[in-house]
Ligand binder design. Structure first.
Ligand SMILES: Cc1ncc(COP(=O)(O)O)c(C=O)c1O
Length: 396
């Protein structure tokens, strides 16, 4: 049986191909140093696991969560976190939606708003979900290039007027995957003004909001005037608390957009396991301690990798957030795929070609600071050593 056209139209999920190359190497007994997928290697903290264990023993957590939006105490914990972390007021009644990971929410908000031919402004490079789901809804993604010279922020003034007029959604993702860029409040203010002018909704993907360094505290778009009315923002427990497999996240924003997301979800899933929501409450209560450790860990790895690459001829600034290092491909390589293939072949070091994130990602590659196996700093040093030894004169 042939699969639907919508499946045939999309390229394979980029990491699947990388995973296939890696498996082939492993079958030959070669284990690459894997800077590929961004999936935290630190375990979920014990107190969160304990909270799940306790909650799962209570039969009251076992049925469907019929609230639809999430348990009142879970949404209250999120609203309290919003006040503490961002100084924002979010009403747990109607302005918060519990989600099965932010990926799910990012996909379903598109189903809530996009009809065939509707325009969606999508950053390029970007996490693949925005474009794929837009295409599945019959919408027209319009790329907003993220250039290094502009701090990897889209140039809103460069969006052609007919496109801005036709657009219904604009995706933003700060802190940004893959570039590691952070948006400040001024940019969010400009984006909200743009959304007001052209009557569109901003979807701000804040999955990496807590993975930040050197004292940086990335803002929420809800902090700026008009943000709540003009945006929906997705936050996730995945990267903050090392809980990627747990599938727990939330969306917050104005009532209409939360209701629209909720309506789609009520027809697709039946809520987040209530024991996991209770574990989420415990996680948010322990935020300070977990996040301090997580940030210190990735910051040390970031420093080792960026200083290492710079010692080989790169001229990178240290990213202020996310666990990604986004670096230009040395000029002697025809494409980012060529460079990453050479890196894998010659150094057994796995990085992701920037072209996997969109046309504007060509000429760049991404290295994730999440690594499997012991001694992560040692692995980073070894990768840099191999690159220096086996790919000499990269920037000559
Ligand atoms: C930019 C971005 N947004 C969202 C997600 C999804 O995270 P989750 O669904 O685990 O919350 C990811 C995962 O890698 C991501 O990179």
């Amino acid at each position: 049986m042939e699969v639907a056209q919508r499946l045939q139209r999309i390229p394979p999920y980029p990491f699947r191909e990388i995973a296939a190359i890696k498996r082939e190497m492993q079958s030959r007994g070669v284990e690459p140093i894997d800077f590929g997928i961004g999936d935290p290697d630190l375990p979920t903290p014990d107190f969160i696991i304990e909270a799940l264990y306790q909650a799962a023993q209570d039969p009251a957590t076992h049925p469907y969560d019929e609230s639809g939006f999430g348990l009142p105490e879970y949404k209250q914990a999120i609203a309290d976190f919003g006040k503490r972390r961002f100084g924002i007021e979010v009403n747990p009644e109607g302005e918060i939606q519990s989600c099965l990971g932010s990926k799910e929410a990012l996909a379903h908000i598109i189903w809530a708003y996009i009809d065939p031919s509707d325009v969606v402004l999508v950053p390029d490079p970007a996490y693949s979900v925005y474009k794929v789901q837009t295409t599945w809804c019959g919408g027209a993604p319009f790329p907003m290039a993220l250039d290094a010279e502009a701090g990897f922020l889209p140039d809103l003034a460069a969006i052609p007027t007919p496109v801005a007029k036709a657009a219904k959604l604009m995706f933003l993702n700060y802190p940004n995957n893959p570039t590691g860029a952070v948006a400040d409040r001024e940019f969010f203010q400009d984006a909200v003004a743009f959304a007001e002018k052209w009557d569109l909704l901003i979807v701000q993907d804040a999955a990496y909001c807590e993975v930040a360094f050197d004292g940086c505290e990335p803002p929420s778009i809800l902090e700026v005037p008009g943000g709540k009315e003009r945006a929906i923002e997705m936050h996730s427990f995945s990267k903050t608390f090392n809980m990627t497999g747990w599938r727990i996240a939330w969306a917050w924003g104005g009532k209409p957009q939360i209701e629209a997301l909720s309506k789609v979800k009520s027809n697709v899933d039946s809520g987040t396991f209530m024991a996991i929501q209770r574990a989420g409450i415990a996680a948010l209560a322990g935020y300070q301690q977990v996040v301090a450790r997580m940030r210190a860990e990735y910051q040390a790895r970031r420093d080792t990798l960026v200083e290492g690459l710079n010692s080989l001829g790169w001229n990178l600034e240290k990213p202020r957030a996310t666990f990604y290092v986004w670096a230009p491909v040395p000029p002697r390589f025809a494409s980012s795929a060529d460079f990453c293939a050479a890196l894998l072949r010659d150094c057994e070091v796995l990085a992701i070609p920037g072209s996997a994130y969109g046309d504007a990602g060509e000429g760049w590659f991404r290295m994730s600071l999440t690594l499997k196996g012991p001694d992560r700093i040692g692995q980073i040093q070894e990768a840099v050593r191999r690159m220096g030894e086996r790919m000499p004169g990269l920037w000559d």
